[in-house]
Write a protein that binds this ligand. Structure first.
Ligand code: NAD
Length: 279
């Protein structure tokens, strides 16, 4: 089989959670550009519809659905609607996430009392786990359900968004986010283990710092914070979302047919340790 043919997903369909913004929107564009029909599922119904309409205007097949990933019934309905519209589901991205606020250190470079474990708001903890970990469980659960039912298709590919924070501790990131992303990593591995027999592959993308709207878009709005982060990343800059598209296509397509259970870092070397420039 020719190399580039293995990336071909024309005629397949993909559901992406958290698709209205940032990394999820980049995954969605990657799928559409490669020929897949897409469903943009997001808590931000207006944003999802806006981006779906833009993609339709560019000639792609795209639909939007309002969906809170922390609510299983909403996730199930999103997948049922996708299958009804497109006749099945080949690809799913469990991507929606929430930053859960600052950790014990703030981007202004001082200690942040309410990010400390002994002060941490249990409600914020529960909400973060509900979106960042249980939301991934809900999405993988429903993706597996519809992909198993489509035995006549070619199985499926599920891609979770994990984080660099699954591997290293970050002082400015809220503690439940780290716990949730580490949970996503191991849950993804177990799902891959169990679903392999059904031809369903499960992998995770673990991004380092990308410029998105997470945390209120602070990397976009705060040039000083952006510069400080550029200096921390071994390759010398934080990432733009288009840089994640080829990896999304690799994991979604048959180009990764022998990959399952992989936690793929795309972090400019951040897991190797933060650096400061030598001068
Ligand atoms: P973003 O804020 O730009 O996009 C997140 C999207 O998820 C938004 O459209 C938001 O409306 C949606 N969302 C939030 N809660 C939801 C819910 N309960 N149900 C459905 N949709 C919901 O952020 P992003 O940076 O693109 O984040 C996407 C994923 O990437 C997240 O899982 C995040 O943890 C992960 N991530 C981001 C970075 C980064 O630096 N940006 C790094 C590592 C991992």
């Amino acid at each position: 089989m020719k190399t580039l043919d293995q990336f071909d997903i024309a005629g397949r369909s993909a559901l992406i959670t958290g698709a209205a913004s940032g990394i999820g929107l980049a995954y969605t564009e990657a799928m559409a550009e490669a020929g897949a029909k897409v469903t943009l599922a997001d808590l931000d119904a207006e944003g999802a519809e806006r981006e779906a309409a833009r993609l339709r205007g560019e000639g792609f097949e795209a639909r939007a659905v309002a969906c809170d990933v922390s609510d299983l019934a909403q996730v199930a309905a999103a997948f049922d609607g996708h299958v009804a519209a497109y006749g099945g589901c080949d690809i799913a991205f469990a991507n929606a996430g929430w930053d859960a606020g600052n950790g014990f250190w703030s981007p202004e470079n001082k200690r942040n009392p309410d990010g400390q474990i002994d002060m941490y708001d249990p409600e914020r903890w529960n909400r973060s786990i509900a979106i960042n970990l249980t939301g991934v469980f809900h999405t993988v659960r429903e993706a597996a359900r519809v992909m198993k039912a489509n035995a006549h298709r070619r199985g499926g590919s599920i891609v979770c968004t994990s984080s660099n924070a699954a591997e290293v501790n970050e002082a400015i990131v809220g503690v439940p986010y780290m716990a949730a992303k580490a949970g996503v990593k191991h849950f993804m591995r177990h799902a891959a283990f169990e679903l392999a027999a059904y031809g369903i592959r499960v992998n995770a993308i673990a991004p380092g710092p990308f410029v998105t709207n997470i945390g209120g878009g602070w990397l976009k709005k705060n040039p000083a914070a952006r510069k400080a982060w550029d200096e921390l990343v071994p390759v010398g800059r934080v990432a733009e979302t288009h840089q994640i598209k080829p990896l999304a296509l690799l994991l979604a397509s048959d180009a990764s047919s022998y990959m399952t259970g992989s936690h793929v870092m795309i972090d400019g070397g951040m897991q190797l340790g933060p650096v400061k420039p030598l001068d």
